[in-house]
Design a protein around this ligand. Structure first.
Ligand SMILES: NC(=O)c1ccc[n+]([C@@H]2O[C@H](COP(=O)([O-])OP(=O)(O)OC[C@H]3O[C@@H](n4cnc5c(N)ncnc54)[C@H](OP(=O)(O)O)[C@@H]3O)[C@@H](O)[C@H]2O)c1
Length: 350
């Protein structure tokens, strides 16, 4: 059994803790907490152990703390860092490097510039085998994971026939459980979104990828508009849809018209955290022009990266091959069953 420590118990950390507890091959040592607040008793009531930085122990003296993060890390085989964007860099410098421990970081970290913490962003459908011998790897952000999942099959099938990809990312303002962020009644333009360079880092530059992003006042998923431009002959819509039909983590929804109805269905079906863990192609909105296929899909912001973390962990900790890892992840997340339920619910029976 491998021992895992989670540093950061927010939207992502909570979900990661759940799968570690569900996986009989893993033991959760505990979680790293940084703010002494009223969430602590709730976390303790779940039977989880809380650790804090050595220098902060005093601030937490009124709570039942199991020890320091520094000591907890010495006991574990792998850390999953789920700290706020950019904090992973400092955690690496101040804690992980000193303990010489294997770490998975989240998509708010970077592989570029002075704050780079790894040389690789993970996407299970693209570079699973490349992470087996790495010590520090970033799990791509939700948008980057979704883009990789949809672009990679197109690149593999159409290769040189592709002229370029143009993506517009409509990003959600805040997460479902985030009660701190005020969702502003505004549309925010995003300068130089990191998503383009992140996705190019693992898909390569052979086919140009143009990305623009805006943030809109919703908590209900991201939506991406993808224009796939071809040099000459454009495939039929049915061919494009059949390309994605059996792909991991992609559901094709025939009647869906908005993100909330998908989330509501996930809730009614009692998926953990209301997550679908996948992207959803709105097939009614897939169109063809003389040189372009236009695809629209939504991306389950928090959910999509959770099974990815599980796959990444299996590559790094167990050096497992891809097919076996997918099978094991399936036992924990039931992605195929969720996909089937979603596709049946949003099927066009007329
Ligand atoms: N939310 C999403 O949809 C999403 C999707 C994909 C990727 N990501 C990425 O995942 C990471 C975490 O995002 P999140 O949405 O889960 O953030 P979040 O909800 O704000 O949670 C982050 C948690 O980290 C804790 N924390 C604070 N300082 C820390 C430190 N120095 N080291 C470790 N933990 C610390 C905070 O808890 P306390 O201060 O209370 O202890 C907080 O609960 C980011 O890199 C983000 O870009 C997020």
């Amino acid at each position: 059994m491998k021992k895992v420590f989670i540093n950061g118990y927010g939207s992502i950390g909570k979900r990661i803790a759940k799968f570690i507890l569900d996986d009989p091959e893993l033991q959760l040592i505990g979680i790293g907490k940084h703010t002494p607040d009223n969430t602590i008793n709730k976390i303790l009531s779940k039977g989880l152990k809380i650790y804090v930085l050595q220098k902060k122990l005093d601030k937490f003296k009124d709570y039942k703390i199991s020890g320091s993060i520094e000591n907890a890390i010495e006991e574990c085989d792998l850390v999953i860092d789920a700290s706020p964007s950019g904090c992973g860099f400092y955690n690496k410098k101040n804690i992980y490097d000193k303990k010489n421990v294997m770490v998975i970081y989240q998509g708010g970290e970077t592989i570029f510039g002075n704050n780079a913490i790894s040389d690789l962003i993970f996407n299970s459908t693209v570079n699973y085998d490349q992470v087996k011998d790495k010590k520090h790897v970033i799990q791509g952000s939700c948008n980057v994971t979704g883009m990789g999942r949809i672009l990679n099959p197109l690149i593999i099938k159409y290769g040189k026939d592709l002229l370029r990809f143009d993506l517009t990312l409509i990003r959600r303002w805040a997460d479902l459980e985030d009660d701190k962020t005020i969702v502003k009644d505004s549309i925010e333009l995003v300068n130089n979104p990191h998503h383009a360079n992140d996705v190019i880092s693992y898909l390569g530059k052979k086919i140009p990828i143009f990305v623009r992003a805006i943030k809109v006042p919703t908590r209900q998923m991201h939506v991406h508009f993808l224009d796939v431009r071809f040099h000459h002959k454009v495939p039929d819509i049915s061919e494009i849809l059949s390309l994605f039909k059996n792909k991991y983590g992609i559901a094709i929804l025939e009647t869906a018209k908005n993100t909330k109805e998908i989330r509501d269905f996930a809730q009614s079906t009692k998926f953990n955290f209301k997550d679908t863990n996948m992207i959803h192609i709105y097939s009614m909105f897939v169109e063809k022009t003389e040189d372009t296929i236009k695809i629209c899909y939504s991306d389950d912001q928090t959910g999509i990266v959770i099974p990815e973390n599980h796959l990444l962990l299996q590559a790094m900790l167990f050096k497992r091959n891809y097919d076996d890892a997918i099978q094991h992840t399936e036992k924990i997340f039931h992605m195929e069953q969720k996909k089937k339920l979603l596709e049946m619910h949003f099927a066009n029976y007329t």
